[in-house]
Design a binder for this molecule. Structure first.
Ligand SMILES: Cc1cc2nc3c(=O)[nH]c(=O)nc-3n(C[C@H](O)[C@H](O)[C@H](O)COP(=O)(O)OP(=O)(O)OC[C@H]3O[C@@H](n4cnc5c(N)ncnc54)[C@H](O)[C@@H]3O)c2cc1C
Length: 241
């Protein structure tokens, strides 16, 4: 997305895909290039409302999961925004985005935890109800050990998430801790949702039970707000400073 000054206005051109609520969101924060390429002070954030002329939502993605929340392209064609709509100062955008990501990653860790706990609760309940060979499947060590692993990983993910949230609440820098929490909790979420489907057996593969949805939704958590690979990159950079 690029941007040129014209009197009191900035004129934005370009598009960005993968925007959560890109069609229905009322207000968006748009990062556009106002300076040189690859220059960290070359990006500025603007607040742009839905209904602004020459700004519209585009293609809606047909996703694996998280289907209740639309993800779409946003398109800007000579879209004029007043200089008062600059968030902070011109050139602040990159630093603002990094700070937002530090906080946002804690939210994705919390989202991951919610999905993992939902999947675990459903699997625990089902394992006590479903009988095979005359016994509840929870009495088989293979199943009870899965439950033990799931519970342990959820507990650890929760502690990392609370640690990051607590530091953030106290106004401290959380780049490393939010990456720890996001990376670990999202991977746990996928593992727990996968095991939950396994514990449900054939029914886990149907829409009759919620674990199929948890399984599909879980995968976004290792991708959005920076993939697991990017979290490892952030953590490694922090460790090697
Ligand atoms: C449902 C959904 C909602 C989203 N909502 C938003 C939103 O509201 N706003 C927004 O701005 N974005 C949003 N995104 C975009 C999301 O943040 C990106 O998809 C994500 O950061 C990954 O970037 P990418 O898709 O370009 O993957 P790529 O960067 O193309 O990555 C592809 C693969 O290469 C790996 N890779 C890339 N670079 C490196 C590297 N340097 N080292 C090692 N491995 C690397 C990645 O880990 C991944 O495995 C959303 C995405 C989804 C799926």
């Amino acid at each position: 997305m690029c941007c040129e000054k014209d009197g009191d206005y900035w004129v934005i051109n370009g598009s960005k895909n993968w925007i959560t609520h890109g069609i229905t969101g009322d207000v968006s924060v748009v990062l556009a290039r106002t300076g040189e390429w690859l220059y960290s002070r070359g990006i500025t954030a603007f607040v742009v409302e839905r209904g602004t002329p020459c700004f519209r939502g585009g293609k809606k993605e047909n996703k694996l999961g998280m289907r209740a929340s639309e993800t779409a392209e946003m398109i800007f064609e000579d879209c004029r925004v007043h200089q008062d709509q600059v968030l902070g100062e011109v050139g602040d955008g990159f630093v603002q985005a990094m700070k937002v990501l530090d906080g946002g990653r804690i939210s994705i860790a919390a989202l991951s935890l919610g999905i993992a706990k939902g999947a675990f609760d459903a699997a625990l309940k089902y394992s006590k109800e479903r009988e095979q060979f005359g016994k509840p499947i929870s009495s088989f060590q293979a199943i009870s050990f899965k439950l033990a692993d799931m519970a342990t990983q959820i507990e650890a993910a929760e502690l990392l998430t609370f640690q990051a949230a607590d530091l953030k609440n106290r106004g401290q820098k959380v780049t490393r801790e939010s990456a720890f929490a996001k990376y670990y909790a999202s991977e746990v979420c996928v593992r727990v949702a996968t095991e939950a489907v396994q514990i449900f057996g054939g029914y886990g593969y149907t829409k009759d039970f919620p674990v199929e949805k948890f399984y599909r939704d879980s995968k976004l958590c290792t991708i959005g707000e920076g993939t697991s690979e990017i979290q490892k990159l952030v953590i490694a950079r922090e460790l090697l400073k």
